[in-house]
Design a binder for this molecule. Structure first.
Ligand SMILES: *Cc1c(COP(=O)(O)O)cnc(C)c1O
Length: 379
């Protein structure tokens, strides 16, 4: 990432200044009128654009290989702006893979406005995708690896099908970050991110982004960002920019730790399966090698003979891995989708009831494995 080259750089500022201002005044009424008519490219009001946020947007677009980016107050802000901003009543969305839960809840909510959807989670190959595209399908929305089971999609094959049928594609690339996977180069039209995870990287900021061609980002800006108002503040943008500066070194370390943790888990008799692209030894191995240049530290595994009590005993037996939502920060985290009495619901989704999700942080694999070892002995 280059140094700051916007206003103030003459003074030698290397870090982007935080433009803590809600509006920008203009020297003449004529200029004001002209700029207000093109708020996506002029600083008028910080609900629209702000120099600190714009600097982050430029950097994200460069990293992801897109023409433009727009930042939001959260990942869900970005996803809502894309879905509500680009879809109309009567449209259909096809979700492919295990998609982030709240994204699907949003899709349910959009049903109230006449937007239909289908979720494809088992056979996610290009033929199945094609078979589920309807005359009114306006969007194919994918996540790869998918949530929880970490299943990978054949992106070039799926985007080729969508393109042939004239349907736009959106992908949630939060897991891999643009360092390790570049969906736009694989045919995806728009990429969404939760910046809350690895990109922010320190569990101290919530944010989101959409990246893609300039014309599409402009559409998302006017129809989804300006009107729904999920705004990233200048202060938050500056924190995410700080995170971006160490993203490569952090991601390499997350990957190193995760691979050692996976090797450890895979050898445990209590573990039925480990889910993470590094642990994949099946037909998807080749696709994984082609689509990823590295892996992040979020994984799941299946405890054998699972019951709520047993999973709770394991989770409570950990101390370095702390119990909580989210992921992608320094600290290792653990959670599970299991709740008392929801085993059948999980099985219907294809999830093993003993599924435990780990965010492998930066404390070092030795301490992480030692913590897991302690929890296994308490089972
Ligand atoms: C966290 C997350 C989101 C939502 O992002 P927020 O910043 O929490 O709104 C979307 N997709 C994935 C894959 C996530 O992990």
């Amino acid at each position: 990432m280059g140094p700051w080259d916007g206003p103030g750089h003459e003074a030698g500022a290397v870090a982007p200044p935080v433009f803590q201002t809600s509006l920008f005044t203009k020297p003449s009424f004529r200029e004001f009128v002209q700029q207000q008519a093109a708020e996506d490219t002029h600083y008028v009001y910080s609900r629209g654009t702000n120099p600190t946020v714009a600097f982050l947007e430029e950097r994200l677009a460069l990293l992801e290989g897109g023409e433009a980016a727009k930042c939001f107050g959260s990942g869900m802000g970005a996803i809502s702006a894309v879905l509500a901003g680009l879809l109309s009543s009567g449209d259909h969305v096809l979700f492919v893979n295990d998609v982030y839960g709240p994204t699907l809840e949003l899709a349910e909510r959009l049903g109230a406005f006449g937007i239909e959807h289908t979720v494809l989670t088992e056979d996610t190959g290009p033929a199945a995708v094609e078979a589920h595209i309807r005359h009114n399908t306006a969007l194919v929305y994918v996540e790869s690896p998918g949530t929880m089971r970490m299943k990978v999609l054949d992106l070039p094959a799926i985007t080729a099908v969508a393109r042939r049928r004239g349907v736009r594609t959106v992908m949630d690339n939060t897991w891999a970050t643009p360092l390790f996977q570049k969906p736009l180069a694989l045919g995806i039209d728009l990429v969404v991110h939760s910046l809350t995870k690895y990109i922010g990287g320190h569990s101290d900021v919530v944010g989101g982004a959409v990246i893609g061609p300039e014309s599409r980002i402009r559409e998302v800006f006017y129809k989804g960002h300006q009107l729904f108002g999920s705004v990233m503040s200048a202060m938050e943008a500056s924190m995410v920019l700080r995170g971006l500066r160490t993203l490569p070194v952090r991601m390499e370390e997350h990957q190193r730790n995760a691979e050692r943790v996976i090797d450890y888990l895979a050898a445990r008799p209590e573990v039925a399966a480990v889910h993470h692209p590094y642990a994949e030894h099946g037909p998807y191995e080749e696709i994984i090698a082609e689509q990823f240049s590295g892996f992040s530290g979020l994984l799941s595994f299946e405890l054998r003979e699972a019951s709520f009590e047993r999973v709770a005993r394991f989770v409570d037996g950990l101390s370095l891995f702390r119990i909580g939502v989210s992921w992608g920060g320094y600290e290792s985290l653990v959670t599970s989708p299991l709740r008392p009495g929801n085993e059948a619901e999980l099985r219907a989704k294809g999830f093993a009831p003993g599924t435990v999700r780990l965010s492998v942080g930066l404390e070092g694999a030795e301490r992480q494995i030692e913590d897991l070892e302690t929890a296994f002995t308490k089972l």
